[in-house]
Design a binder for this molecule. Sequence first.
Ligand SMILES: Nc1nc2c(ncn2[C@@H]2O[C@H](COP(=O)(O)OP(=O)(O)OP(=O)(O)O)[C@@H](O)[C@H]2O)c(=O)[nH]1
Ligand SMILES: [Mg+2]
Ligand SMILES: [Zn+2]
Length: 286
Amino acid sequence: MTGKILKAAGGSFHTETALGVVICRARGSLRLGSISPCAGDFVRLGQVGGDTLIEEILPRKNYLPRPPAANIDLLVLVVSVCEPRPNTVVLDTMTVLAQLREIPAAIAFTKCDLAEPEPWAGIYRRAGFPLYCLSRAEPNKTDDLTTLRSELAGKTVLFAGNSGAGKSTLLNRILPGLEQQTAEISRKLGRGKHTTRQTEFFRADDMLLGDTPGFSALDLTQQGVTKRELPDGFREFAPYFGQCRFQDCAHLREPDCAVRAAAETGEIPTERYRNYQRFCEELSGY
Ligand SMILES: Nc1nc2c(ncn2[C@@H]2O[C@H](COP(=O)(O)OP(=O)(O)OP(=O)(O)O)[C@@H](O)[C@H]2O)c(=O)[nH]1
Ligand SMILES: [Mg+2]
Ligand SMILES: [Zn+2]
């Protein structure tokens, strides 16, 4: 029997199978192996002495280490336009990682009833991301919920973002009746309270939608990203590759660099190019 893991909780895996959701543990050898099962994994189950055990993790299409999830068709990066305000370094770290790991990413700006989504929406629209501006409190204001919902059909979708960004609120809007717990952000700290504690996929028809705990930013170095592959992490750089004077151009200070020139004219959003420079400095080696 095969199944798909909806939730991993303290060594127990809630696994969706043809017979419904079963809660099982992983075979000892799997727990010791280099990859352990996570939400989104397709697994093969077996019976051992009356217990159902995960025997094997089937090959992954892709994998995101934090929040741990596999086989993602769409990663929705949830960013609030205020409370807390967007941090493009954190956001771009995630977009780079998604791009390099071949996880299609979209951006959902929440709390557009409280503040304008600009300039951020403009930056990421120009960079080529599918973008959704959402207003929970005043549905008559900019609200792309219907468009977003229509993009989710048939997909395994993971919603990720800072604590307090509004991931659970958004899932509750998409799936009425879900009632994931949400919480006001802490006024004192200006950030969320880590209300959601676990990644969990919820099924609605042919969709699986995953709520996740608020992330702490991933570190590109720790994730094994190299300077050499970094330009590939910025989707809007691609049209300019091959137009630089040097074939091995790092798109930093080289003469006749087409990427830098495009950032200077604004064809490539300057803010994204600045984060590229910043990440380059942080990554060692070439
Ligand atoms: N005004 C307004 N408030 C929102 C919107 N979306 C979410 N909120 C509020 O933001 C706060 C945090 O929302 P949550 O959904 O709990 O945030 P989360 O991303 O799930 O946070 P964690 O589970 O801690 O990672 C709650 O008070 C929500 O009511 C929005 O579009 N407009
Ligand atoms: Mg939450
Ligand atoms: Zn260049």
